[in-house]
Structures are given as C-alpha cells and as structure tokens.
Write a protein that binds this ligand. Sequence first.
Ligand code: DDK
Ligand code: ZN
Ligand code: ZN
Length: 423
Amino acid sequence: MASFTANMKLLLFFGLVAFALADVARFDGNKVFRLKPSLDAHVTLIKDLAKSIQVDFWSPDSEDLVTIDINVDIHVPARYLDMVYTILEQSGIEYEIFIEDVQSAINRQANSGASPRAHSYTKYNTWSEIESWISSIASSNPSLISKQVIGQTYEGRSMHLLKLGKSSGSAKPAVFIDCGIHAREWISPAFCQWYVKEALEKYGSDSEMTNLLNTMDVYVLPVFNVDGYVYSHTTDRMWRKTRSRLSGTSCRGTDPNRNFDAGWCTIGASSNPCSETFCGKTPESEIEAKNVADFIRSNKSTIKAYITVHSYSQLLLFPYSYSYGLAADHSELMSVAKGASSALTSLYGTRYTYGPGASTIYPAAGGSDDWAYDLGVKYSYTFELRDTGYYGFLLPESQIKPTCEETMLAVNYITSYVLKNLY
Ligand code: DDK
Ligand code: ZN
Ligand code: ZN
C-alpha cells in the first residue's frame, strides 16, 4: 500500500515535470529574416502576412510600425517557412536570413555551465538570482548603496530600487536608470547590474565616479518588468510585455513603453490587447509603470536625468517619440547624445545612431522617456543596446562584458555632463 502511494507520487511528480517541460515554448527550425521593403506594396504585404500567420516581430517591435525603407526583422515559426519563402520570392522583397534556427540560438545563449548557476555579471541571471544579488550588494556597502521597494508587480513580485551615492545630510540631485522594461531584452538588466558593480568598484579610485556619487545619487531599477522577465525565462523567451490580464480577451500584457502618459496611444502604439505594442487600458494602467511614475513624480525636484535601457539596434534616442516636433532642448540633447555615442564607440568601435525617437527609430507614443521629459527631467535618454540584428535579442553571453563596458562610457558621459551643468 505504502509503495503504491509512493509510486503514485512518483508518477504524479514526473507527470508534473513533463507537463512543465511541455509548457515551455520551443522554437525548433524557426528562422529570423531581415526584410528590406522598398515599395509600398512590400509594406502592405508584410502587414498582411502578419495578419494571416503568426509572426513575431523583432524589429520594429510590431507590424503596426513597419514602414518603407527600414529593415524589418521577423521571427517565423518553422511551419510557415515554405509559405513565407514563396511569398518573399514572388514579391521581390530583398531579404536575408539572420538566424537559421532560433531554438539552437536560444540553447547556445543559455548553456554556459551545467552546474547550478550562481549570480554572475557575465551571464543572464534569473530573477531569483538578481533578487538575492540585490540583497547582498545592498548590504555590502551601506554607506554607498541602499535599497527600497517601490511597489509590487501585477503578479505580486517586489520592484527593488537601488540607490547609489555617498550619504549626505541634505537631498542630492539624482539620476534615475531603469532596465528591463521589455522582458526579452536580456542585455538590459545585465547592464544595470554591471553599472552597480562598476559604480561601487570605481568609487574612491576613479575621480569621475567618485565625484558623481559624492554630489549626486544614482537610482538603479535593475528590472522594471519583473513578471515579463520571469516569463521570458520560464515559458516564452520572446515575451516583451507585462503579464496583466484584461477582461474580454485571452491575450495578456501591455507594452510598458506605450503605457506612460505622454501622447498616450496616439501614434506607434496599438489599442489591440493582442498587439506587442498594446498601450494598455489607460495611461499607467500597468502597476509597474505607475510605480515608476509615482516614484519619479515624488522625486521630481531632485531627478535631473532619466536613462532607460533597451535592446537591440544600437541607438541612443531622446524626446520626442510621440511627435515629430523637436524638444525645447533639442540641440543640447543632441550634442550630449553625440558625445555619449562617440565615447561608446571609442572602446570597441561599436557604431551608434543617435537622435530624437520619432525620426530615428519610429514614432511611438506613451514612452517613459517622453513622459519623464515632459515632467521636467531634461536629460531623458533611451538606449537600444547591441546588436544590429545578427543575434538580436539572443545576444550571446560572451558579449555581455564588452556591451556593458562600452555602454558605461556613454552613461558616464551623460551623468558627468549633468553633474557639470547642475547649477
Ligand atoms: O519601445 C520601443 O519600441 C523601443 C525600445 Se524596444 C524604443 C522606442 C523609442 C523610445 C520611445 N519613447
Ligand atoms: Zn525595449
Ligand atoms: Zn528595442
């Protein structure tokens, strides 16, 4: 009897394991194409294709954002390949294959080290690794770093915010940096972790970092969209949005970078809950966006710069994205972007394009950078880190270190500029 129960338990256990494994999205044989639409007919065709089959847009991030003469990177499930080849050949759209097998690229990205993996700055850490790292790093150097929780996510996880800076009696001017607004852009949280490590290491030896942390505070939100980040590790590597539910649809999630109250849902965003750029039910309908907006609003008098980190495309963007109109501080924002980009390029030659969002990448309303800028945070920047599409979101772990090192130079350029121009 006892052994029967034990066997049942064992069966149940393996059944659950098998179920859990079966539940993870697989991408065997899927390919990533780069399309180069050069005619209006090509654009129409790409949009029609997206309507008839399941295509995962990598760049731009939704079919709604496809226009003529831009590169369009799409991830196509294996079962549609024959059809897609036929359509592409017939239409005469110029195309290349960027990733031959998405599942092998995912496996290659995630298989460094078979033994239980601990936190490392040169790998893509899971949320639980990041959460324990946050606790230990915050207690490592209490005079330079502290942590707080700015709220809970939709699924009830804590949004941890780190504050770097030498404690002083009075309120210091500050910089706010967030990573991981979009789940699948794994290089982004890796950068925030790198930034914290570097800041702590450099304080006391490097005069630039010492001055920065003596005079200013740097808030770092290592992962903004925690629920999405977890889901991209456990279930669907290509997930972008939050994980919130809405009545009347089985599609889940809102694009947090379309959910801010800046020209909300007017352009480059979708009101369709199934779209990758769904703007949400209302501005700040996503609790994660509301938590960040509430924090920045309540520290509005001290926050001088806002930096948000995404991937991929190698861009440094600033307002506006919700409009083609130039920001009041356009020329200053442009010259800081230029300096930051050339600092970045100086290390490994990585080329960045910089400029206002609407004309440099695509018009997109509801972004955190435009919202922060209109609130009064003048130096508001969006990074799109490596690469330009060869690996896309599946950037190998071997590129974490060089990507973070070069990005540090750009971020340090911006923060030093802000520091020099405080008063
Ligand atoms: O959210 C996007 O689509 C990209 C990063 Se994946 C950035 C768009 C430009 C900044 C929008 N305010
Ligand atoms: Zn993004
Ligand atoms: Zn991006």
